[in-house]
Design a protein around this ligand. Structure first.
Ligand code: ADP
Ligand code: MG
Length: 251
C-alpha cells in the first residue's frame, strides 16, 4: 500500500551533494516526520518530489506512476501538493482571495472548452467560494478574511498556507516546516489540524525542526543527514538512537 516511493534520488548543487541516492517509501494514510540538521537535504527532498527541481538521478513513484520531473501543476492535479518553508501568499490580496485563488481551474485559465463541463462556470465558482469559506473558518481565519495577508503574523500565514493547499484536495500533502516561527498556541492548533486531516485519510509528510511537536504527532520518523537516510523508525527509538544524537550535537 505504498503511495510515494523515492528510489535512489540524487541531486547536486555545484559539486555539493544535497541528496545522495536517497530511497524512502511512504504508505497510504501514513503521517511521517522528516528531520535532520540544517543542510541535510530535507527541502531538496521535497523539491525533487514536487517538481520544483529535477533530480540528477533516481525515480519518484506516486500512486504507482513514475512522476519524476513532472511539473508542480501536473502533480497538484494528480493529488500531490506541498507547502514551502517560506510561505508564498500574495500580500496585496485579502485572505479570502488568497484562499479562493488557490483553487484549480480558475475561470479564464481553462484549457478544456466550457461546453465539455457538465457544471456551469457559476456553479463551479460557487463551489470554490463555499470551500474557501469552510477552510477559512476551519483555520480560524474568519475574523481576518478581508484583511490583506501582509497584515498577518507568521503563524497566521502558516494557517493561510494550509487553507490554500487544502483547496487542491490533496491525497499526499508535504509540509515544509509548518511550525517554524509559530507561537505555541498556534503550533498546537496547526498540529491538531494535521492530525484531523490524517484521521480523515490524508497521507502527510512533515519536515520539521521543532522536534517536540513533530515526535508527538507522527507515526514514523525519518532522519536525513548529508543527503542520506540516517535512521528511520518509531519516534521514541529514533530519538534515542546514538547516530541521531550525534548528528544533532554537531549543530
Ligand atoms: P535542509 O532543508 O535540510 O536544511 P536543503 O535541502 O535546503 O537542506 O539544502 C541541502 C544543501 O543543498 C545545502 O547545503 C544547501 O545550501 C544546498 N542547496 C539547496 N538548494 C540549493 C539551490 N537551489 N542552489 C544551490 N544550493 C542549494
Ligand atoms: Mg529546509
Amino acid at each position: 500500500m505504498t503511495l510515494l516511493g523515492v528510489e535512489g534520488l540524487s541531486k547536486e548543487f555545484g559539486g555539493l551533494r544535497a541528496l545522495n541516492e536517497l530511497s524512502i517509501s511512504v504508505e497510504r494514510k501514513e503521517l511521517v516526520g522528516v528531520m535532520g540538521p540544517n543542510g541535510a537535504g530535507k527541502s531538496t527532498f521535497f523539491n525533487c518530489i514536487s517538481g520544483v527541481v529535477s533530480p540528477d538521478d533516481g525515480r519518484v513513484i506516486f500512486d504507482d506512476k513514475d512522476i519524476t520531473g513532472n511539473s508542480p501543476e501536473t502533480l497538484a492535479q494528480a493529488g500531490l501538493v506541498r507547502t514551502f518553508q517560506h510561505t508564498r501568499e500574495l500580500e496585496t490580496m485579502t485572505v479570502r482571495d488568497n484562499v479562493r485563488l488557490a483553487a484549480p481551474g480558475q475561470p479564464g485559465e481553462r484549457t478544456i472548452p466550457a461546453l465539455l463541463h457538465t457544471e456551469s462556470m457559476q456553479e463551479q465558482e460557487q463551489k470554490v467560494r463555499r470551500r474557501a469559506d469552510e477552510l477559512i473558518e476551519a483555520f480560524e481565519l474568519d475574523h481576518l478574511a478581508d484583511e490583506y495577508s501582509s497584515n498577518l503574523s507568521g503563524g497566521q500565514r502558516k494557517l493561510l498556507e494550509m487553507a490554500r493547499v487544502l483547496m487542491l484536495d490533496p491525497e499526499l500533502l508535504l509540509l515544509d516546516e509548518p511550525f517554524a516561527g509559530v507561537n505555541p498556541t498556534l503550533t498546537q492548533e496547526i498540529a491538531d489540524h494535521i492530525r484531523d486531516l490524517n484521521d480523515e485519510g490524508m497521507t502527510i509528510v512533515i519536515i520539521e525542526h521543532e522536534l517536540e511537536t513533530l515526535t508527538e504527532l507522527v507515526d514514523r520518523l525519518i532522519v536525513l543527514e548529508q543527503g542520506r537516510l540516517l535512521v528511520e523508525g518509531v519516534p521514541e527509538e529514533v530519538l534515542s538512537d546514538e547516530r541521531v544524537i550525534e548528528a544533532y550535537l554537531g549543530e
